[in-house]
Design a protein around this ligand. Structure first.
Ligand code: GDP
Ligand code: PGA
Ligand code: MN
Ligand code: MN
Length: 625
C-alpha cells in the first residue's frame, strides 16, 4: 500500500494529471488527493481553476453526452437543464451521519425506547467499515476533479477554505456557482489546514442502466461528517444538498461544530436588509426549514410603497459578535440553490431576474423550443407548446403528474440578483437587528409573534415545527419538529447547541429580538389566509417598529402579538385578521404538551434547565388562558 506521508510529487502516484500542476499544490493537498486517488482509483486528476474557459469546456462535454440540455440561448444565455435519476432528487436525511468518538458529542441523550430524530451518529469504526465497503475503486473510469473553494469572500478573516474532490462534473459546475472557486486559494492556504471534502457518485465505469445520464447509487448513499477531523465523505448521490459539500455539510454541519468551539453561530438562515420609507435600514436573519420561504423572503419585493429590500443571503448565515457587542452576519455562499416551483414574476420577480442567465436548472420541465417550465409558470409560458417533463417524457397541461419535480431547483450566481446588497461581501458582515423563526403551520399558529426575552426566543426556536416538504425524503405532509430549522443540519448535540445559544447572551451585547412568523395558515376551505410573498413586508414593518420600541404589542400566553390595527393592511382585499391571530386554547394546550414531550424524549438530560423553565412557564400561561 502507498504510504501517503511519503507522497511529494505526481511521480509518486500512477494516475495522470489531465489539467493543472499537481506539484505546485500545497503539500497537504497533494497528500489528500493522493490518498483519495489511491483508494477511489479514478482514471485522471483535473485541478480546477473555476475560469470561464473551464466552465465552457466542462459544459460542452456534458452537452455532448446528453447530461446537459441547452435552453434557447437568446432567451436563456448560458442556461442548461439537467435531469437526475428519479431516485436521486432530494437530501437523504436518514443516511446522513455525524461521526465522533463519543456518541453524545453528536446527538443528545434520547429517552430509552425512543428513536432520536435530532441527528444520526455513527462511530468512526463503523463508518470506516461502511466506507471500506464502498470507496475502493468507486471512481473507476471517471475523472477526479480537485475544487479549491472559499466559504465567504476569498481571504476574509471570517471565511473558511475547503477542497472538494469529486467525480461529478455537475458538482464541479454547481460548486463554481455556489462557492468561490479560485486558484488564489492555493496561495492563501499555504500549509494551513482546510476542510477535506470527498464526493463520489459511487458509480464506477462501466455502469449499466444509467437513467437520465445521471449516474448515482441510491441504495448505497451515505453522507459522513467528521467534525473533529474537519472532513466530509459523501457517497452515492449527485443531488445538491448531498453533493455540493460546501453547503449543508460544511457551512452548516461542520461549521456549527467549529462555531460552538469558537463562540459563534452557523445557522440555516437568510440574511436581508429592509429600508423603510424614512430611509432607516435594518438587517434581519430568518430561519425556516427547507422549502418554507427563505429564498422568497430574502428577495421580497415590497407591496407597500417606499420600502426597499436588499438580499445578503438566502440559506446560510455565519454570525459572530463584534467588539461593540453587535451580532454580525456573513453569507458564506456565492449563489442561490432555489426551489423552482412556485417561482414566477408575481411571487418572486427578483428571483426570475436572477436566474435569467448562467443558471443550472435541475429537474424542471422544458418546452420544445428551449424554454423552462415548472408549476407556477402556467400564466407566463405558451401552454399550447409541447413540453418535456423532468423525467424527459412528453407532457401536456392537465395530464396527471407534475411537469417539474416539486424539489426542482435553479442554481444561479448571487451577484446576478438585482437587489443584492452592496455590502453582501463585506468581510465584517452586517449587523443583525432581528431574528425570525417560522415554518408551515396550517393550523393554530398566528401570523407573527414576538418572544418575551432571549431565553424565551431560544425556546420558541427549539419548539419550531413545520409541515414536511419535498426537500428531503419524507413522504406526504406531516407536521414535524424542526428545531431552529436545523434538524437535518446539526453538527453536534442539540442540547449543547441550545446551551450555546443561551451562552452568547451577555450583558454588554446588543441581543437581537426574536420573532416567529407563519405565512401558511389555512382557512376552512384549505386556502392560505395570508397573501404572503411581497405582502410579508407588512409583517416585517411591524417587526422593525417593535425593534424601535413602538408600543404596538400586547401580551398573550405564547408571546407578544400585534395590537389590533398595528399591522398595515392598506390596499389589501378583506382579510380575516382576527382569524390570523386567533389562539385556539385546545390547540395550544396540546401543542405545548406535545412539544415538552418531544424535547423531553429527544434531548432528555441535555435540555438546558433554562429551556425547561421557559417551557414550563409557557405551559402555565396557556393553562390559564
Ligand atoms: P426555501 O427553501 O426556504 O428557500 O423556500 P422558498 O423561498 O424557495 O419557497 C419554497 C416554496 O414556498 C415555494 O414554492 C414558494 O413559492 C413558497 N412560498 C414562499 N414564500 C411564501 C409565502 O409567503 N406564502 C406562500 N403561500 N408560499 C410561499
Ligand atoms: P432550501 O435549501 O432551504 O432553500 O430548501 C436546500 C435544502 O435545505 O435542502
Ligand atoms: Mn436550506
Ligand atoms: Mn432557498
Amino acid at each position: 500500500e502507498l504510504d501517503i506521508s511519503q507522497v511529494t510529487t505526481i511521480d509518486d502516484i500512477d494516475v495522470p494529471v489531465v489539467k493543472g500542476d499537481f506539484n505546485a499544490l500545497p503539500l497537504k493537498v497533494r497528500q489528500f488527493v493522493a490518498k483519495t486517488v489511491n483508494k477511489c482509483t479514478p482514471r485522471g486528476i483535473w485541478i480546477c481553476d473555476g475560469s470561464p474557459l473551464e466552465v465552457q469546456e466542462i459544459r460542452e462535454k456534458m452537452e455532448s453526452r446528453g447530461q446537459f440540455h441547452r435552453l434557447n440561448q437568446q432567451k436563456w444565455p448560458n442556461c442548461y437543464v439537467c435531469r437526475t435519476d428519479p431516485l436521486d432528487v432530494a437530501r437523504v436525511e436518514g443516511k446522513t451521519y455525524v461521526v465522533t468518538d463519543n456518541r453524545y458529542e453528536s446527538v443528545p441523550h434520547v429517552k430509552e425506547g425512543v428513536k432520536g430524530i435530532l441527528g444520526n451518529w455513527m462511530s468512526p469504526e463503523q463508518m470506516k467499515q461502511e466506507m471500506t465497503g464502498r470507496l475502493p475503486g468507486c471512481m473507476k473510469g471517471r475523472t477526479l476533479y480537485v475544487i479549491p473553494f472559499s466559504m465567504g469572500p476569498v481571504g476574509s478573516p471570517l471565511s473558511k477554505i475547503g477542497i472538494e474532490l469529486t467525480d461529478s462534473n455537475y458538482v464541479v459546475l454547481s460548486m463554481f456557482v455556489m462557492t468561490r472557486v479560485s486558484p488564489k486559494i492555493w496561495n492563501i492556504l499555504g500549509d494551513k489546514d482546510f476542510v477535506r471534502c470527498v464526493h463520489t457518485l459511487g458509480a464506477p465505469r462501466p455502469v449499466e442502466n444509467i437513467i437520465s445520464h445521471w449516474p448515482c447509487n441510491p441504495e448505497r448513499i451515505i453522507i459522513a461528517q467528521y467534525p473533529e477531523d474537519r472532513m466530509i465523505i459523501s457517497f452515492g448521490s449527485g443531488y445538491g444538498g448531498n453533493s455540493l459539500l460546501g453547503k449543508k455539510c460544511f457551512a452548516l454541519r461542520i461549521a456549527s461544530s467549529i462555531a460552538r468551539d469558537e463562540g459563534w453561530l452557523a445557522e440555516h438562515m437568510l440574511i436581508m436588509s429592509v429600508t423603510n420609507p424614512a430611509g432607516e435600514e435594518k438587517f434581519i436573519a430568518a430561519a425556516f426549514p427547507s422549502a418554507c420561504g427563505k429564498t422568497n423572503m430574502a428577495m421580497l419585493e415590497s407591496s407597500l410603497p417606499g420600502w426597499k429590500v436588499k438580499c445578503v443571503g438566502d440559506d446560510i448565515a455565519w454570525m459572530r459578535f463584534d467588539k461593540h457587542g453587535r451580532l454580525r452576519a456573513i453569507n458564506p455562499e456565492a449563489g442561490f440553490f432555489g426551489v423552482a416551483p412556485g417561482t414566477n414574476r408575481k411571487t418572486n420577480p427578483i428571483a426570475m431576474e436572477t436566474l435569467k442567465s448562467n443558471t443550472i436548472f435541475t429537474n424542471v420541465a422544458m418546452t420544445e423550443d428551449g424554454d423552462v417550465f415548472w408549476e407556477g409558470l402556467e400564466k407566463y409560458v405558451d401552454m399550447s407548446k409541447k413540453f418535456i417533463d423532468w423525467k424527459g417524457r412528453d407532457w401536456k397541461i392537465g395530464q396527471e403528474g407534475k411537469a417539474a419535480h416539486p424539489n426542482s431547483r435553479f442554481c444561479s450566481p448571487a451577484s446576478q440578483c438585482p437587489i443584492i446588497h452592496n455590502r453582501w461581501e463585506d468581510p465584517e458582515g452586517v449587523p443583525i437587528d432581528a431574528i425570525i423563526f417560522g415554518g408551515r403551520r396550517p393550523e393554530g399558529v398566528p401570523l407573527v409573534y414576538e418572544s418575551f426575552s432571549w431565553e424565551h426566543g431560544v425556546m420558541v426556536g427549539a419548539a419550531l415545527k413545520s409541515e414536511t416538504t419535498a426537500a428531503a425524503e419524507f413522504k406526504g405532509k406531516q407536521i414535524m419538529h424542526d428545531p431552529m430549522a436545523m434538524r437535518p443540519f446539526m453538527g453536534y448535540n442539540f442540547g449543547d447547541y441550545l446551551q450555546h445559544w443561551l451562552n452568547i447572551n451577555k450583558p454588554d451585547r446588543h441581543m437581537p429580538k426574536i420573532f416567529h412568523v407563519n405565512w401558511f395558515r389555512l382557512d376552512e376551505q384549505g386556502n392560505f389566509m395570508w397573501p404572503g410573498f411581497g405582502d410579508n413586508i407588512r409583517v416585517i414593518d411591524w417587526i422593525c417598529r417593535r425593534c424601535n420600541g413602538e408600543e404596538i404589542a400586547q401580551l398573550s400566553p405564547i408571546g407578544l402579538l400585534p395590537t389590533p390595527g398595528s399591522i398595515n393592511t392598506d390596499g389589501l382585499d378583506k382579510l380575516d385578521m382576527e382569524g390570523l391571530f386567533d389562539l385556539p386554547k385546545d390547540y395550544w394546550v396540546e401543542d405545548i404538551r406535545e412539544t415538552r414531550q418531544f424535547l423531553d424524549d429527544q434531548v432528555g438530560e441535555d435540555l438546558p434547565t433554562t429551556i425547561q423553565k421557559e417551557l414550563q412557564q409557557q405551559q402555565e400561561r396557556i393553562s390559564a388562558m
